[in-house]
Design a protein around this ligand. Sequence first.
Ligand SMILES: CC(C)(COP(=O)(O)OP(=O)(O)OC[C@H]1O[C@@H](n2cnc3c(N)ncnc32)[C@H](O)[C@@H]1OP(=O)(O)O)[C@@H](O)C(=O)NCCC(=O)NCCS
Length: 423
Amino acid sequence: MEALKGVRILDMTHVQAGPTCSQLLAWMGADVIKFEPPQGDATRGQLRDVPGADSLYFTMLNCNKRSITVNMKSAEGKTVFVDLLKKCDIVMENFGPGVLDRFGFTWEKIREINPKIVMGSIKGFGSSGPYAEFKAYENVAQAMGGAMSTTGVPDGPPFVTGAQIGDSGTGLHLAIGLLGALHQANRTGKGQYVEVAMMDGVMNLCRVKFRDHQRLQHGELAEYSVPTYQGMGEVPRAGNDSGGGQLGNAIHCKPHGANDWLYIVVQEAVWTKLAERIGAEVGVPDLAADPRLAKIADRRKNQQLVWTLINKFAEKYTKRELMEILNPLDVPCGPIMSTEDLANDEHVRGRDMWLELDHPQRGKWWNVGMPIKLSESPAKIERSPLLGEHTDEVLKDVLGYNEEKVAALRTAGAFSAPPKKAA
Ligand SMILES: CC(C)(COP(=O)(O)OP(=O)(O)OC[C@H]1O[C@@H](n2cnc3c(N)ncnc32)[C@H](O)[C@@H]1OP(=O)(O)O)[C@@H](O)C(=O)NCCC(=O)NCCS
């Protein structure tokens, strides 16, 4: 049996942050009813690669869900919403500030309708504070949560990271909050409001940078390869430095293309073996005994020398060859893998992390798999729903509406966009 079998979720989320969360919950077996406006989640049509087909933006984030379209700007649509609220364990949304309130459904109102329901909300900045009224997208959250100011090199611009820590990262935070609140609701019979702000989520993921922020009050950050000093205030961008207690960096390998790099951690425990292996080839046969690099404190101080020597050694090898040399020495390392590398990687395929699916509009396509592996209930991944594919099914099976009622609601415009006003 799936872990969340029997849990029903009214999923009003759109774009990426919310759908990331509800997809994971669906992959754990929850019945996720994607509640869409009549025109659908905007991402269905965004960055389309196949004409007329739901975009990969949509299909990759909305698997294993049922889709129902409801016009919340009609009175009839609102009655459907209320009926669904009564039948669901969780309701979730990531609208811009105030949207749900404008529909007439504050949290107070929702809990009145169903006191046991758990409500999840993602906002850019939460519901309180000077930023509460602002909308947010991924890179806005990366900018405001500390990720961008600490990513890149000191004399270059701040950079965003490719990992969607603002959107998908926040979705993960929400999933944890919802499961905690659901557990509590099952014990107490009382739901609660779970709010995750994207900015807070990014700050959480930048926790170690705030460790360093405080360390700067007491002295330099010796492990950083870029200059730092006591009282510096801002944590600097430090390129590919490890960010941990061990030194690390990306090493350029043969044939020196864009992704011909191996990330190497020069762990304290492996230095001697590493130095013995590379010393002779880089012209320093007694590297292991070299006092400039003898202890970790020396290597931190003379970090550039460490990277120069390892880069020199790497000149003759590809990233995979270098990895094969370092693995037997127990040196933690990993090749910088391109999307192409990953899509064809045996390990990735073996772990069901790159999966082929079928779709009535687009045919074969691929999705990144479920990263959380439950031994008793592995995820069965199914394609995303077409817009409104399950409207009738949900109205009948979940709400018990009969054919006549569905038809009357349809005629009244509960599931369609209102006609455009004449100009
Ligand atoms: C992502 C975001 C910037 C998009 O902004 P947006 O496209 O203007 O969308 P909003 O959420 O503000 O508004 C949605 C609109 O659709 C309407 N809508 C949504 N569902 C509807 C339904 N079922 N029926 C009728 N209308 C519906 C809403 O009423 C609203 O219109 P309004 O402004 O007239 O009230 C914004 O939703 C946001 O800041 N969300 C919170 C942070 C977040 O999750 N960002 C990450 C996205 S990956």
